[in-house]
Design a protein around this ligand. Structure first.
Ligand code: IPE
Ligand code: IPE
Ligand code: MG
Length: 255
């Protein structure tokens, strides 16, 4: 007799849940604009959706959540919006880290943080240090992050190892380069979600998304809630991940 799989909420068997979800949280500005509010109000509302998403993943035992909070291209926005976003980061970190720590969340920041105000950098450093031992789930926040930066940075580090005589050029392969990238110690993203209706990657995790299932929703980020997350997980659970093999091979492997 076949064993019923364990149901892990949303009617999805535990083994069909993603271990790592990566999200482009897009649509804050449009959420505000539709309400005749300044864009900044959309970002503020977006923080509430971040809190909901983290709680959701914690409850569903999703191991890693990676959130795109600020891209290396977002510096191109008006200075006033960038300034308000930086203030919001600072305020949010001051307010949320203690609660995240209490809930067993390990925090990580990926991206080139050297561009940030020292005050913000030290908040990020101390959030990481405070939560480093937590094993409940990992929350990786991408700030001043760009997928191309990530790959170029990895290449530069390998080149430095070659220059120091620690590495032979012929030993560089995709596995070795992959080891130098951000979040390389974590499971690869299984599911990518982008809210806000655009169907593009916008320089998020370019390398790491090679075999990630992509999911796009028209919902604006501040409106993204548990029901919407359930729907994304249901879509993921219904997909067959083949990693280059045939469907029959995958079926045979599972039997
Ligand atoms: C995403 O929302 C948040 C950041 C990029 C910081 P947007 O601000 O891009 O919202 P839209 O796309 O203009 O609606
Ligand atoms: C991607 O959203 C970056 C973040 C959500 C942080 P954008 O709104 O910057 O993306 P584009 O410009 O529409 O591609
Ligand atoms: Mg946008």
């Amino acid at each position: 007799m076949s064993q019923e799989p364990v149901q892990a909420g949303a009617g999805i068997a535990e083994q069909r849940l993603p271990r790592h979800v990566a999200i482009i949280m897009d649509g804050n500005g449009r959420w505000a604009k539709r309400r005749m509010l300044p864009r900044y109000m959309g970002h503020r509302e977006g923080v509430k959706a971040v809190r909901r998403a983290v709680e959701y993943c914690r409850k569903r035992n999703i191991e890693v959540l990676t959130l795109f909070a600020f891209s290396s291209e977002n510096w191109r926005r008006p200075e006033s919006e960038v300034g308000l976003l930086m203030e919001l980061f600072v305020r949010t970190l001051r307010k949320e880290v203690a609660r995240l720590h209490k809930n067993g969340v390990c925090m990580r920041f990926i991206g080139d943080r050297s561009a940030f105000d020292p005050k913000l950098q030290s908040l990020m450093d101390s959030a990481e240090a405070q939560t480093a031992g937590n094993t409940g789930m990992t929350l990786a926040i991408a700030v001043n992050y760009g997928g191309r930066w990530d790959i170029a940075d990895a290449a530069r580090r390998l080149a430095m190892q070659v220059a120091r005589g620690e590495l032979e050029p012929q030993d560089i392969d995709s596995e070795r380069l992959g080891q130098e990238l951000s979040i390389t110690d974590l499971p690869e993203p299984d599911l990518f979600i982008r809210t806000g209706g655009e169907q593009r990657i916008s320089n998020f995790l370019l390398w790491q998304l090679a075999y990630t299932e992509l999911y796009f929703t028209d919902l604006l980020w501040p409106d993204f809630n548990a029901d919407a997350f359930d729907e994304a997980l249901r879509s993921f659970a219904g997909r067959q991940r083949r990693f280059g093999q045939t469907g029959d091979q995958v079926e045979a492997g599972r039997a």
